[in-house]
Design a protein around this ligand. Structure first.
Ligand SMILES: [Ca+2]
Ligand SMILES: [Ca+2]
Length: 135
């Protein structure tokens, strides 16, 4: 139920920039009934960074609540698809800035995703992200 709603509203937000306000409203409304975000359950909850397998928020989703220095031991939750070097779009649903890096242990090229920001990863980060942290 929650997953379905999130996906529907995310798609709306992507399709029309004007829906961003509505998306925020949904997040606040659900915060009262939902508990803390569940790390790596395939749903981008409040406080998480979502990294998507495909561009334009195509699922499955690798969702991070904690920083992860090495994606090589991760798959997209519920799948056998590796998360390392395999993500094409992002959604920062956190109040912190998240950084994604092309190398392990936050090395290589690192780029930031501001709180609330979402988009397709550019050519530097598309299918190259191997670690991520918030600050
Ligand atoms: Ca989650
Ligand atoms: Ca890991």
């Amino acid at each position: 139920m929650v997953r379905t709603n999130l996906r529907r509203h995310l798609r709306r937000a992507v399709a029309t920039g004007a829906a961003v306000a509505a998306l925020s409203g949904i997040g606040m409304a659900s915060a009262g009934s939902a508990s803390a975000a569940t790390h790596k359950n395939g749903v981008v909850e409040t406080g998480e960074l979502g990294l998507y397998y495909l561009a334009n928020y195509g699922t499955p989703i690798f969702d991070l609540y904690f920083s992860d220095a090495d994606f090589s031991n991760d798959v997209f939750p519920g799948t056998g698809i590796r998360a390392d070097n395999n993500t094409e779009s992002d959604w920062n649903r956190d109040t912190y800035t998240w950084w994604v890096c092309t190398g392990y242990n936050y090395s290589g090229s690192c780029g930031y995703i501001s709180p609330g920001a979402y988009g397709n990863l550019n050519s530097t980060y598309k299918n190259t992200v191997s670690s991520a942290y918030f600050s």
